[in-house]
Design a protein around this ligand. Structure first.
Ligand code: ADP
Length: 400
């Protein structure tokens, strides 16, 4: 069956069309700069090296998605839109409502709308994508797949903050966690690779991209995760600070007269690697560090140390760990960061091989020594494929 995966942002739509169950990508592309004078529809077809680019004004998401559908037809990827069995939508925040993917109906739309205060930057765009997809491709089943859903298995002691209880009951203040689709995907890949059923597998999964999060997985289920009520908590990220003392807000308000909004913006956009050394892209941080730049060297140390602390904490939470999994742009490519995170943890049974990583099946790399009790793996993530598979499972009434 053909499943289209959509990831809608405020001025962009990314898409990928899969043939399932094989998992082949038939085409992928994106619409950028929606609402601007020169919008762009770009897509590629397997076997064609250069992408097709089409520049013209695209007024809104409805026009953008109509353009994507026209591109699917023109390129011959589908002969008729009725071939699209389903459209899987990435939705950032599912709150406590959604533990798994769900077919979209009016009630689901109302509940996703109700979640907007929790994810004001993401859910409105995700919702707009769903609403225009219903208009543009009414024959396809629409399925919502939530970034938060995988973490709904957290026990209360992991998701409660030590705040007045009424903040949870009245305002839904709690840990939700994000990147769930990626953590779930690499956990399933790890289970296949290690030849152990997912429901018997304990993992520490580290998704290190522009955003970054760590997840403790017991018997295949998320039992703790570093991002919190918002994606700001936890690890050091490209521009986000991760864990800090919450009293810094009021201190900055007093000594610099910064408003809550200004502090918020600083913590989300001007902190993390960027705050420490001026660059949020890890490759640039390495270039500076290689040239001896002190602030870049410090940024790497802070980043690696935070990761190591989370590995230790999640080891304590899990008791037994089968494997540590690195994924995301940094996790998949940056051997220096992986070494910083895992070095000195031999007492926990984590032994990294001095030899180069050993390639294994499915583009997986093994970093551990053969005799290491804890395996250390690099597993490329594929959130779009996971959304497509969960969408297929949902419309086939299989549990994702
Ligand atoms: P996103 O979270 O936006 O999906 P990615 O998963 O693509 O982001 O990760 C982006 C990060 O990965 C950037 O910091 C980038 O510098 C880093 N990265 C990509 N390739 C490499 C590499 N070869 N070495 C080190 N870092 C890399």
């Amino acid at each position: 069956m053909k499943v289209l995966v959509l990831n809608c942002g405020s001025s962009s739509i990314k898409y990928r069309l899969f043939e399932l169950p094989a998992g082949n990508v038939l085409t992928s592309g994106e619409v950028e700069r929606i609402g601007e004078a020169e919008s762009l529809l770009r897509y590629s077809l397997p076997g064609n090296s250069s992408p097709v680019e089409n520049r013209h004004p695209i007024a809104d998401h409805r026009e953008g998605l109509a353009g994507i559908m026209a591109a699917l037809l023109e390129s011959g990827t589908v002969q008729e839109l009725t071939e699209l069995a389903a459209i899987g939508h990435r939705v950032v925040h599912g709150g406590e409502c959604f533990r798994q993917p769900i077919r979209v109906d009016d009630e689901v739309i109302a509940r996703i709308r109700d979640m907007i205060p929790l994810a004001p930057l993401h859910n409105p765009a995700n919702l707009m994508g769903i609403e225009v997809a219903i208009q543009v491709a009414p024959q396809a089943t629409q399925v919502a797949v939530f970034d938060t859903a995988y973490h709904q298995s957290l026990p209360p002691h992991a998701w409660h903050y030590a705040l007045p209880y009424s903040l949870y009951t009245e305002h839904r203040v709690r840990r939700y966690g994000f990147h769930g689709t990626s953590h779930h995907y690499v956990a399933k890949q790890a289970a296949t690779f290690l030849g152990k059923p997912l429901d018997q597998l304990n993992l520490i999964s580290l998704h290190l991209g522009n955003g970054a999060s760590a997840t403790a997985i017991r018997n295949g289920q998320s039992i703790d995760t570093s991002m919190g009520m918002t994606p700001l908590e936890g690890l050091v990220m490209g521009t986000r600070c991760g864990d800090i003392d919450p009293a810094i807000h009021s201190y900055l308000n007093r000594v610099r007269e910064m408003s809550i909004e200004e502090v918020d913006r600083m913590l989300n956009r001007d902190s993390g690697l960027k705050g420490l050394c001026g660059h949020n892209d890890m490759r640039e941080v390495h270039e500076l560090a290689d040239a001896g730049d002190e602030s870049a060297l410090l940024a790497l140390d802070v980043y690696g140390y935070r990761l190591k602390k989370y590995i230790g904490a999640y080891f304590a939470a899990l008791g037994r760990v089968d494997a540590i999994v690195f994924t995301g742009g940094i996790g998949e490519n940056d051997s220096g960061i992986r070494t910083l995170a895992c070095s000195g943890l031999e007492a926990l049974g984590i032994h990294i091989d001095d030899a180069p990583p050993r390639p294994a099946a499915n583009n997986i790399l093994c970093l551990h020594r053969e005799d290491s009790p804890v395996r250390v793996l690099v597993i490329p993530t594929n959130e779009e494929l996971e959304i497509a598979v969960q969408t297929m499972d949902c419309i086939s009434n299989r549990v994702a």
